[in-house]
Design a protein around this ligand. Structure first.
Ligand code: IPE
Ligand code: IPE
Ligand code: MG
Length: 245
């Protein structure tokens, strides 16, 4: 079988980013605790990382914990940190086996020390992996990122006249990864929630009602198929774009 997943492999999005939303509602609908919802969400993470690699994506970025999520009830925050650590411990070896490089963006120093240590050790172990890069956005907020970037530029004493878009891009947390081609948000919410505001300038957006714990490879494929039927115009006319292709 040449094309079992019905995707056009010549036009895959290089970088897919996901706002993994709906763990709480998944649990509520089943009369379970929100924490059980998060635990179930981790299963979807493992599944989608493997699926993204199989499909041939080069970069996946997952919004796992926002700068604003610290304001949730203390018990939920603690459970999320514990689950994150467990995920990293359990998946670390598998990432190496799958040749997936782990990367993280956000104010990582705000995470508990043991989580940072585990994260850093897996980032180190996977540093030469080449098949795909998995970026976890942790304690991440895009406005916070922009504030940090402005501070870095000022501290470096960069001449304001020499600042252009590339200067900014090169000083964001995402300096090593390309801008996203496709953003997926699960659970039906139509908002960006402080995620990658600069980087999403020309990203295609796909929202599905599927709650994150239910999101699997077939849903990812459907999102990519939808992306492949779009015309990305970058401010040009349709005619100009068709000529370019
Ligand atoms: C996403 O699910 C996980 C995190 C934000 C950490 P939610 O916990 O936001 O689930 P809902 O939106 O309450 O259903
Ligand atoms: C966004 O989801 C953050 C993550 C998925 C980690 P939220 O559930 O926190 O976003 P809002 O509150 O619905 O905007
Ligand atoms: Mg939510």
């Amino acid at each position: 079988m040449k094309n079992p997943d019905k995707l056009d492999h010549k036009h895959l999005p290089e970088h897919v980013v996901i706002i993994m939303d709906g763990n709480g509602r998944w649990a509520e609908r089943k009369n379970l605790s929100r924490i059980t919802g998060h635990r179930e969400g981790i299963k979807a993470v493992s599944s989608i990382v493997g699926a993204g690699r199989e499909v041939g994506l080069k970069y996946i970025t997952l919004f796992a914990f926002s700068a604003q999520n610290w304001n949730r009830p203390k018990k939920e925050v603690l459970a999320l940190m514990e689950l994150l650590k467990q995920y990293l411990i359990e998946e670390g070896e598998r990432l190496v086996e799958q040749d997936i490089k782990l990367n993280a963006i956000g104010r990582l120093y705000q995470l508990p020390e043991d989580v940072v240590e585990t994260l850093e050790s897996i980032i180190h172990k996977t540093k030469d992996c080449k098949t795909m890069t998995l970026t976890l956005a942790l304690s991440y907020g895009s406005r916070e990122e922009i504030v940090d970037t402005v501070k870095t530029l000022i501290k470096k004493g960069i001449d304001p006249e020499k600042i252009d878009e590339e200067t900014i891009s090169k000083h964001l947390y995402t300096s090593d990864i390309p801008d996203p081609d496709l953003l997926i948000r699960t659970s039906g919410e139509m908002r960006i929630s402080n995620f990658l505001l600069w980087q999403l300038a020309y990203t295609e957006i796909y929202v599905t009602k599927t709650l994150w714990p239910n999101f699997r490879k077939r849903h990812l494929i459907k999102a990519i198929q939808n992306y492949q039927n779009r015309e990305r115009r970058f401010g040009l006319t349709g005619k100009q774009i068709q000529k370019r292709d």
